[in-house]
Design a protein around this ligand. Structure first.
Ligand code: GTP
Ligand code: MG
Length: 206
């Protein structure tokens, strides 16, 4: 698996002709954990966003704790693209899901053809992630959990987080969705994990 993002974040519109493989990834997570931010940080094309104003339908359902200044939410999807590898041989297509639960019916379509999912979590609101993980497990996709390290979030040992999420075996990492390098590293970990799972599944079929 290539280990670096080879492209400048704004210079490319077309898929480079160095690309020989592609993968679709989902970026999921509860309301306001940083999905749109992460896809915007890594995408080498202007990301497609479907942001709309947060309305009264969200009140009492989606917690704004920690993101009190947030005024918009993703209502359909985010889309971005990043080319990886020193020789630019792998392109990742990133699809972000909406965080508000009333839009979760869109997940099935967004998940189609994806090889794995990055689950962003915010330790200030870890409880919000339980429903996300339940929903994700219904898709059957391999996933890794990425703690989006907001500066004022409580710090916990990774094993404590795994325990809190009831995922003792989960691949868990930290990222900063505002930072391209950190976000790309999270995606690379996901691709490696998903490919390992695919290899294992193919070995079982043979
Ligand atoms: N400090 C800091 N702020 C972040 C980080 N990631 C996201 N934010 C901020 O958190 C807020 C929510 O980010 P979004 O990217 O809209 O979150 P989202 O998960 O797409 O939200 P929904 O689509 O509404 O579920 C925004 O104000 C971001 O600027 C981070 O890593 N660090
Ligand atoms: Mg969003």
């Amino acid at each position: 698996m290539p280990d670096s993002a080879s492209c400048d974040s704004t210079s490319i519109s077309y898929v480079p002709n160095t690309v020989s493989g592609s993968a679709k990834l989902l970026v999921v997570g509860a309301f306001g954990v940083g999905k749109t931010t992460l896809i915007g940080s890594v995408s080498e094309i202007p990301p497609l966003r479907t942001e709309e104003a947060i309305t009264a339908a969200s009140v009492g359902v989606d917690s704004l704790h920690g993101v009190e200044n947030k005024t918009t939410t993703t209502v359909a999807l985010d889309f971005g693209r990043v080319t990886l590898g020193d020789s630019g041989d792998t392109v990742l297509y990133l699809f972000g899901t909406p965080g508000q639960q009333r839009f979760w019916s869109l997940w099935d379509g967004l998940a189609e053809g994806a090889i794995g999912a990055l689950v962003l979590i915010d330790l200030r609101r870890i409880d919000d992630s339980f429903a996300v993980l339940d929903r994700l497990e219904a898709t059957g996709l391999p996933y890794v959990v990425a703690i989006n390290d907001f500066p004022d979030a409580p710090r916990h040992a990774d094993d404590e987080v795994r325990q809190a999420l009831a995922l003792p075996e989960a691949v868990l990492l930290h990222c900063n969705a505002l930072d391209r390098r950190s976000s790309v590293d999270a995606l690379i970990t996901l691709v490696s994990h998903a490919l390992t799972r695919l290899d294992a599944a193919e070995a079982r079929i043979r």
